[in-house]
Design a protein around this ligand. Structure first.
Ligand code: ZN
Ligand code: ZN
Length: 335
């Protein structure tokens, strides 16, 4: 057992007493370390925020430059001392700028995974395995039924559908941060160089990815006028737009949605998705269990999703394991 008592869950979020800071706190605090820009992790109103340069820029574009009183940008691997703790950020492979938080005190090391995946993603740095004593892992897809297919295969389904139904507009729901740019990049890598139409809610973050070196090819903003010219083309929009008034402007359309949840047929049905694309920015069961082995921690805390099965798995490997109930999580967000 790790016996580490300087980090623990609180109603506001995970708290590191060794450095007097919170990780991804849900409400304003004096000092926060933020793993990535998704809204269920990055909130406005903290006094001090430490995060990667990209995450801070995403927070500024979402909440305004004044989202925190003071910000500290760090690069992956750069060590900073906060109170009695040494902290560094390691790539999490989830979205641009996403990080695991590595905290050391008195020869003990804790790693907080944040959201992560281990599948290839051409839009962000790959997950780094950091051996530790206590590993605090997410578990969005923490059930053995969740085994995600290859993202390229899913993208090929979309490309085939475009060929089979050349008269239809393919409307694809994607989360604005991460999924959108990853899908576009995989399409481009598979030879799709036709301009792609994008909903207004996706343009700012796509521009941001471009500025950070992720080339996305030609993107065309959807307007009332341009809606008529989308026959046989791809139109990307936030998942919520698939069901709202905005989507009615496309006469002959196929609705697709890119999400790890599309593995569940019922969810695709509920959202009236005809072409479910199982593309996840979270680790699936195999990635979660492999990572528990790889980091070689003797204690595992499981949070942010389906905790019980992964706790059981870790215990069956002879490890100390416990579920951590943290509040304010929305399981569907950005999966
Ligand atoms: Zn996330
Ligand atoms: Zn999350």
């Amino acid at each position: 057992m790790s016996g580490i008592d300087w980090i623990f869950p609180t109603p506001t979020g995970l708290y590191c007493a060794a450095g007097d800071f919170y990780i991804d706190p849900m409400s304003p605090v004096d000092r926060a370390v933020v793993t990535h820009g998704h809204a269920d992790h990055a909130r406005a109103g903290h006094q001090k925020v430490l995060a990667t340069t990209q995450t801070l820029a995403i927070m500024a574009s979402r909440y305004g430059e004044e989202h925190a009183r003071q910000t500290q940008a760090v690069n992956y691997g750069e060590q900073v001392t906060i109170g009695g703790a040494i902290v560094r950020l390691a790539p999490a492979g989830h979205v641009l700028g996403s990080a695991q938080v590595v905290i050391e005190k008195a020869g003990q090391r804790v790693v907080v995974s944040g959201d992560y995946k281990r599948r290839p993603d051409p839009t962000c740095a790959p997950f780094e395995v950091v051996p530790c004593d206590l590993f605090i892992t997410e578990a969005t897809f923490g059930l053995p039924v969740f085994r995600h297919p290859d993202a390229e295969e899913e993208v090929n389904k979309l490309l085939r559908s475009l060929l089979v139904f050349p008269e239809k507009t393919h409307l694809v729901g994607v989360y604005a941060l991460g999924k959108c740019q990853r899908l576009i990049r995989i399409l481009r890598d598979n030879g799709y160089d036709t301009p792609i139409f994008v909903h207004g809610a996706l343009t700012a973050l796509s521009d941001f990815y471009e500025q950070h070196g992720v080339a996305l090819g030609e993107l065309v903003p959807v307007t009332t006028e341009s809606k008529k010219a989308t026959k046989g083309r791809l139109v990307l929009c936030p998942p919520s737009a698939l069901a709202d008034r905005w989507s009615r402007g496309f006469s002959d359309r196929i609705a697709a949605l890119a999400s790890g949840w599309m593995l569940i047929r019922q969810r695709a049905k509920q959202r009236r998705v005809e072409l479910p694309l199982v593309i996840s920015d979270h680790a699936d069961w195999d990635e979660l269990t492999a990572t528990i082995t790889d980091v070689a921690a003797d204690t595992i805390w499981v949070t942010h999703g389906q905790e019980e099965a992964l706790v059981h798995y870790a215990r069956s490997c002879g490890l100390e394991a416990a579920p951590l109930a943290l509040q304010g999580r929305d399981e569907e967000s950005a999966a």
